[in-house]
Ligand binder design. Structure first.
Ligand SMILES: Cc1cc2nc3c(=O)[nH]c(=O)nc-3n(C[C@H](O)[C@H](O)[C@H](O)COP(=O)(O)OP(=O)(O)OC[C@H]3O[C@@H](n4cnc5c(N)ncnc54)[C@H](O)[C@@H]3O)c2cc1C
Length: 440
């Protein structure tokens, strides 16, 4: 399925209940009442569609990119919240005349408590979920605890919301729409069950083992995993995995890390991991032989999907080198002779990962490695400062490089600045791939 179909598919799902309601041909009510119903129907469908935007479905992330999917998840949840709030507000709007006695019950609202309370519960819970997601870093919860609460809360919102629609909804009283709600709810819960129960069960037969952990640079480690089963990981250079080291297969303690090895180099997979928090801060203490689980591959940061690009530009900031070195290694292992430039920004020299290997790769004809340091030592002869518009213009302004593939990974402010600078150089956006290491 092409990526361009994802948006029509989403719109179909989000608008299906509204379309079915419209097709019922019920007598029209006041415009505000109809808008209120419409807001409720679309919001509920959007909430159920959120379960497919968890960033765990390869058929989606492979096409759109995980960070785009997660961003869509966040923004659409906020949009759904706005519609959910509008839903009751529009019903009680002062512009709506007081309800008339209507024996058919088709023109009047059912304000019965059995129908109302699940709706109120869904609204409050959804507001709480969105607030907790926006303020995740200040609410002080461990990431894994937050994720568990987020998942449980989402199930409750979906359940209460559908119950409210079935009990109180004017249009949802129709059996066809009623069944559609139940089908969508079942699919949403099945999506969650797939991620947290069925996929881990499948992984059980594919355990991995920590083969080695080595320091790679300041507060950065290289972790190598071996398959402890017959086979390996079928991935493309630049993709990432959800990694669980030393926990049970169903554990929520897993973190996304880009694979830094090249698929063409064998079954071992390698990660470059920077110390940041709870798990990554203790990575150096993991013992070789520890059991690990991989949920992979995810992501679209791969050069191999773009065989028609005449050259490859890799632009990395800090640990963003992880997927990009995987691409460099794969290009070398597969004798990909396309010209390639790596711009690699760090603060200090000690933060440069795999320097000797990069120097060796950079010595190949057609490959250029440019280290950029913002705090260089006195004897530094390379580029200094940040990877900025001037540096990009010097390397990529030539029109022969406009159709290259540009792969970006690094801190969000750097990626925004680089993306803007590339677009200003008339690089087409379809030739720019980027992935953020944070979902905020
Ligand atoms: C697609 C992707 C690829 C990544 N690749 C790399 C890589 O190759 N090397 C590397 O060093 N880092 C990478 N990261 C970042 C890495 O996932 C986080 O630094 C790591 O999960 C932090 O875990 P922690 O338990 O040490 O930190 P915590 O103390 O738990 O959290 C610190 C912050 O890290 C983020 N974080 C924590 N857990 C997760 C999680 N399960 N999912 C998403 N974000 C989380 C949150 O923003 C959190 O606020 C990648 C992130 C993403 C999304």
């Amino acid at each position: 399925m092409p990526a361009a179909l994802l948006i029509p598919l989403y719109l179909f799902l989000a608008l299906l209940p509204l379309g079915l309601a419209w097709a019922q041909g019920l007598p029209p009510r006041h415009l505000m009442d109809e808008l209120a119903s419409g807001a409720g129907l679309v919001a509920m469908a959007m909430i159920l569609a959120e379960f497919f935007l968890l960033g765990r479905f390869r058929s989606i992330t492979r096409r759109a990119g995980s960070d785009v999917v997660m961003r869509a998840h966040q923004l659409l949840a906020r949009a759904a919240l706005v519609l959910v709030v509008l839903h009751p507000v529009l019903y009680v709007s002062p512009m709506v005349p007081p309800p008339v006695w209507d024996v058919t019950a088709q023109g009047a609202l059912n304000y019965g408590w059995t129908g109302l309370w699940p709706g109120i519960a869904a609204l409050l819970l959804l507001g709480g979920l969105v607030a907790m997601a926006i303020g995740r870093d200040i609410c002080g919860l461990r990431y894994e605890v937050w994720r568990l609460l987020h998942g449980l809360g989402a199930v409750l919102v979906a359940g209460f919301g559908v119950l409210h629609a079935l009990r109180a909804g004017r249009y949802s009283a129709d059996p066809v729409l009623g069944w559609v709600w139940l089908a969508l709810l079942t699919l949403a819960l099945a999506a969650l069950a797939w991620v947290y129960v069925l996929a881990p069960l499948r992984r059980w037969r594919r355990p991995w083992r920590v083969a080695a952990i080595r320091p790679a640079a300041t507060r950065t480690w290289t972790v190598t995993l071996d398959p402890a089963f017959d086979g390996g990981l079928d991935y493309r250079a630049g993709q990432f995995a959800w990694v669980n080291i030393g926990r049970g297969v169903f554990s929520l303690d897993e973190n996304p890390f880009s694979v830094s090895s090249a698929p063409a180099s064998g079954q071992e997979v390698e990660f470059i991991i920077k110390e940041l928090g709870d798990f990554t801060g203790t990575i150096g203490q993991i013992r070789p032989g520890t059991r690990a689980w991989l949920e992979a591959p995810h992501g679209h940061l791969t050069h191999s999907d773009h065989p028609d690009a005449p050259g490859i530009a890799l632009i990395a900031g800090g640990v963003g080198i992880a997927p990009l070195i995987g691409i460099l290694r794969e290009m070398e292992a597969t004798s990909d002779t396309r010209p390639c430039v790596l711009l690699y920004g760090n603060r200090t020299e000690a933060q440069i990962v795999a320097r000797d290997e990069l120097d060796r790769i950079g010595a190949r004809a057609g490959t250029e490695i440019v280290h950029v340091l913002s705090e260089p030592p006195e004897d530094w002869t390379g580029a200094t400062g940040l990877i900025d518009a001037d540096l990009l213009r010097a390397r990529f302004a030539d029109p022969s490089r406009h159709d290259w593939l540009y792969v970006l990974c690094g801190p969000p402010p750097m990626m925004r600045a680089v993306e803007d600078a590339l677009l200003a150089l008339s690089i087409p956006s379809r030739r720019i791939l980027s992935e953020q290491f944070v979902y905020d």
